[in-house]
Every structure is written in C-alpha cells, then in structure tokens.
Design a binder for this molecule. Structure first.
Ligand SMILES: Nc1ncnc2c1ncn2[C@@H]1O[C@H](COP(=O)(O)OP(=O)(O)OP(=O)(O)O)[C@@H](O)[C@H]1O
Ligand SMILES: [Mg+2]
Length: 247
C-alpha cells in the first residue's frame, strides 16, 4: 500500500502545526521522518491514523483519503506510539494477546514467541509482569505487538527510543526485512545514523515544513554526513535544502 501526504495542513489547538507537507512512501519502502522536537513528526503519523484531520490537503492511503473511512485506514495500519501504554500487571504474552484481541486479531503462543525472538526479548522475562521491565524491554514488547498485527503499513514513532545499540541495530535489520517483504513503513526518529542505515528516503521536518528530502540511490544507503549537516542547517535556517527533489 502507498502512503501519501499531499499539501497536508494540520491545525492543533488553533495553531498551524503542519504547513502543507508533501511526500510519499511506496510499498516496500522505509521512509524516515527526522526533525527537532515539536517539528510535527508525531502529528504527521496521527494524520494517517485519522486522529487529526487536515485543515486542507490530504493524507492518502492507496489514493484514498484517510478521513473518508477512518476504520478502513486503521485496519491496514500497525501504530507504535511515542510512549506505548502497556499493562504493568500483565506479562509480555498477556499484553500482546490482549492488545491483539482489541485490534480484532489473534496469534498463537508460538507466533508471539517468534515475534519476541525477533525483538530479542530474553525468554526468561516473557512471563514476568511488565512492572519489572526496563524501558527497552517494554519497547521490545510494543514492537513485537506491532509486528504481530501483520498489517500492510507500519507507523513507528521513535521505535528505537530506550533500546541499547545492539538492539537498535537488530531492530533496523528487522525493519529492512519487513519492508523487503512488502510492508510500507513510515518511521519517526531522532537517530540520523539509524535512519540513513535503514531508510529508502528521509524527510527533514522543521516547524511543520518539509525542508529536505534524501533518497538512497543504486543500492547505496543515504550519506549520514549530508543528512547530519542538513539537520543542523535546518535548525539555523529553515529554507529548502533538499539533496533530491521531493517526490
Ligand atoms: N495535543 C496537542 N494539542 C495541541 N498542540 C499539540 C499537541 N501535541 C503537539 N502539539 C503541537 O504540535 C507541534 C508538533 O508536535 P509533534 O508532537 O508533532 O512534534 P514532534 O516532531 O513529534 O516532536 P518530538 O520530537 O518532541 O516528539 C508542536 O508545536 C506541539 O506544541
Ligand atoms: Mg513526537
């Protein structure tokens, strides 16, 4: 499935938060949204879930406006929020079972273990209650849950927050594998290096404007240094600094 923002304007509490951004993510692609705090990254994800509707412009899934049928749009999306709220008094398996059920799906214990293997959550932790977990362990459960939804689209808001460097590398490999299997992935991150490793395209947001877009070409990953410089420059001067023309 294809995600597309088309001159998307979003207002929150009377303030223009997204100022006419346009970008697209094709099936099998990973698109990373980078930007400073308050740039509008999480707002962009929420607009694809229909939690925030455009003041003008469009959030499109396969060329259909999200707002026209929010239920249909959400069926195709697994969303990892910035701070996932899991239940402290349930263990990893119980949390996953409960939230899958809420989303109208289910998984066998073997499937759940398979997803927890993919995120490398220690087997001896899986039947412990989440109140005994570290931040990174909770994040792994939330990622496993998103994978198990097995939707065409993944919206991931700072998925590597709280993960240690090894877990971050493994997570990026997993994201790449999922995209290569045909998932469409839009990921918010503050990690320039990780974004360059995994993304087909990077969009740089500043104050609700897409001020730069970078694409991986000919099987090479995006140049970390170029993106890093653009990121710093955008904080100082938010004029257009695209390496490649926005799609
Ligand atoms: N619930 C809300 N109500 C009103 N305005 C909000 C709300 N949440 C965020 N905003 C405003 O929207 C703008 C964009 O916020 P958003 O959460 O999309 O930023 P972000 O790029 O995800 O930042 P961060 O990196 O800190 O997560 C900010 O100016 C913020 O003040
Ligand atoms: Mg955010």
């Amino acid at each position: 499935m294809k995600l597309q923002a088309n001159s998307l304007y979003i207002e929150r509490s009377g303030k223009q938060v997204l100022q006419g951004i346009s970008f697209s993510v094709d099936q099998g692609q990973v698109y990373a949204l980078l930007g400073g705090n308050g740039a509008g990254k999480s707002t962009t994800l929420l607009s694809f879930l229909g939690f925030l509707l455009p003041a003008s412009g469009q959030a499109l899934i396969d060329a259909k406006e999200v707002g026209a049928d929010i239920g249909a749009a959400r069926k195709n999306i697994a969303y990892l929020p910035e701070s996932a709220s899991l239940y402290e008094h349930l263990n990893a398996h119980e949390n996953i079972e409960y939230f899958l059920q809420l989303a109208g799906s289910a998984a066998t214990q073997a499937h759940i273990d398979g997803a927890l293997d993919q995120v490398a959550l220690a087997p001896d932790a899986r039947l412990r209650k989440l109140r005994d977990y570290s931040k990174g362990m909770r994040q792994k459960v939330a990622i496993a849950l998103a994978i198990l939804r097995d939707t065409d689209i993944l919206l991931l808001d700072e998925p590597t927050s709280g993960l240690d460097p090894n877990a971050i590398d493994e997570f990026h490999q997993l994201v790449r594998q999922l995209a290569d299997k045909g998932k469409t992935i839009l990921m918010v991150t503050h990690d320039v290096y990780g974004a360059c490793q995994v993304a087909d395209k990077i969009g740089l947001l500043h104050s609700g404007c897409l001020v730069g877009e970078f694409s991986a070409e000919d099987g090479n990953s995006i140049d970390t240094e170029v993106v890093h410089k653009a990121f710093s420059a955008s904080a100082k001067s938010p004029s257009k600094i695209s390496q490649t023309e926005p799609a």
